[in-house]
Design a protein around this ligand. Structure first.
Ligand code: NDP
Length: 402
């Protein structure tokens, strides 16, 4: 049993800490630190009620590297699980190097002032982690995370070669609000309004945000409109599985969401550059986040299911061309009943717990900076089935028509 420190007491942090506490044979002493200690205390109280496990809580601004290093030296965890925001990634990696602790996250680093989702900032830590004999595991959420592991699982067990990969992310949940985001609104809106890129024949293809739409019939959800988007796992998957000729990412959005987002964009509320308001600099998107519902508050009202997975085409191990669909369906109300959080937090927090378990049990090991698809998918896939995110593989009649 090992000591673990989770940083970030949002919806994802809450699910991960609950799941770690439910698996106390793997996770020994659990500590939770975040900017607002009262949020950590609320999660600790819920964990105590649900399973009787005591969590240590701390106030921490993770951007303060000396303070984060001091906390690591005090707690001496085997691993830090970073579930704060992407802006903190590099500072927490620095603290891990200073204190000699392994690192893990679910989202790649983003600079505050420009919405760029690229791995090069974190990949630049490769030599320092390797020389320190430490592991940094990047992207152990659902997407990136499970979808990347789904891809390597298909490659290992079903395909000699994958030619095309489509990642389909459907949230069929209804939270009853006119407009709200299911994870951090600032990060969500930066992602959705970014220029779209997908990978095709060795190059990036760019299209304007939300300009390519298709509909798809998702099991347990129904037919939904989904939009082509850029997502960070495209960059790591095309690097680690260079045989794949085309990689695309799709996410579903309802008409109401699109309508509100369009208006917010048109009036300038999604801007991330500072504007002067009453003599003070404010970032419109950060102000918007402050007036939108907290994702964690949507849990009690959200109904419906998520369905997230990958469709791959290529040459099967039996020598024939095939199209396989691998996916998970997760129910918002079941997720809430188990952990007090809706399914978008659940589908991210559970793989965060599993990634941490892979490192703590030594099933995944190695000095350096790793993306999740670089490890053996099998033990991770087994734990998904055991811990609330069961998956299935289905053969489709043919490739997607679009
Ligand atoms: P939330 O906004 O709900 O939670 C983030 C938490 O981090 C908050 O409690 C916040 O504290 C804390 N935090 C922010 N800045 C700091 C800081 N400087 N120091 C310490 N704590 C800080 O976000 P989510 O839980 O929805 O998302 C968490 C992470 O998971 C994000 O990085 C997100 O991008 C990622 N994610 C990944 C997904 C995947 O599939 N891979 C899917 C969904 C999310 P406070 O409340 O006090 O400000």
């Amino acid at each position: 049993m090992s000591k673990i420190l989770v940083i970030g007491a949002g919806g994802v942090g809450s699910v991960a800490v609950h799941k770690m506490a439910f698996n106390s044979d793997i996770f020994g002493r659990i500590s939770l630190a975040s900017r607002t200690k009262s949020k950590c205390d609320a999660i600790a109280a819920s964990v105590m009620t649900r399973c009787g496990v005591d969590i240590d809580t701390y106030a921490l601004d993770a951007d303060d590297v000396p303070a984060a290093t001091a906390l690591l030296n005090q707690i001496k965890p085997a691993l830090v699980v970073n579930l704060a925001l992407p802006y903190q990634d590099l500072n927490i990696m620095e603290a891990c190097l200073a204190a000699g602790v392994h690192y893990m996250d679910t989202a790649n680093y983003e600079p505050l002032d420009v919405a760029k989702f690229e791995y090069h900032w974190q990949w630049a830590y490769q030599d320092r982690f390797r020389e320190a004999g430490l592991t940094a595991l990047l992207g152990s959420g659902f997407d990136p995370g499970v979808t990347s592991v789904f891809t390597t699982y298909l490659k290992k067990h079903h395909f000699d070669q994958i030619d095309t990969l489509d990642i389909l992310d459907c949230n069929g949940g209804d939270h009853g609000q006119a407009f709200a985001t299911n994870f951090n609104p600032e990060i969500n809106i930066r992602e959705v309004t970014a220029v779209v890129r997908h990978w095709e024949n060795g190059d990036w293809v760019e299209t304007p945000p939300m300009s390519v739409k298709q509909s798809f019939d998702f099991e347990a959800v129904g037919t939904k409109n989904m939009y082509l988007m850029y997502h960070e796992e495209i960059e790591s998957l095309k690097t680690h599985l260079p045989e794949i000729k085309r990689i695309r990412f799709w996410m579903t959005f309802g008409d109401e969401y699109i309508k509100h987002l369009t208006v917010l964009q048109n009036v300038g509320m999604t801007r991330i550059d500072p504007v002067i308001y009453e003599g003070k600099e404010i970032i419109p998107l950060q102000f918007l986040k402050a007036v939108l519902p907290e994702p964690a508050s949507l849990g009690p009202t959200t109904k419906g299911k998520t369905n997230i997975g990958c469709i791959a085409t290529g040459l099967g191990k039996d020598g024939t061309e095939k199209t396989l669909y691998i996916y998970n369906i997760c129910d918002h109300e079941d997720a809430y009943a188990e952990t007090g959080n809706q399914a978008v937090s659940y589908t991210t927090g559970v793989p965060a717990m599993i990634g941490a378990a892979m490192l703590l049990t030594g099933k995944w090991a190695g000095a350096g900076v790793w993306n999740i698809e670089q490890f053996d998918p099998d033990p991770f896939m087994e734990m998904l089935n055991q811990h609330g995110l069961p998956w299935q593989v289905k053969e489709l009649d043919g490739a997607l028509k679009f």
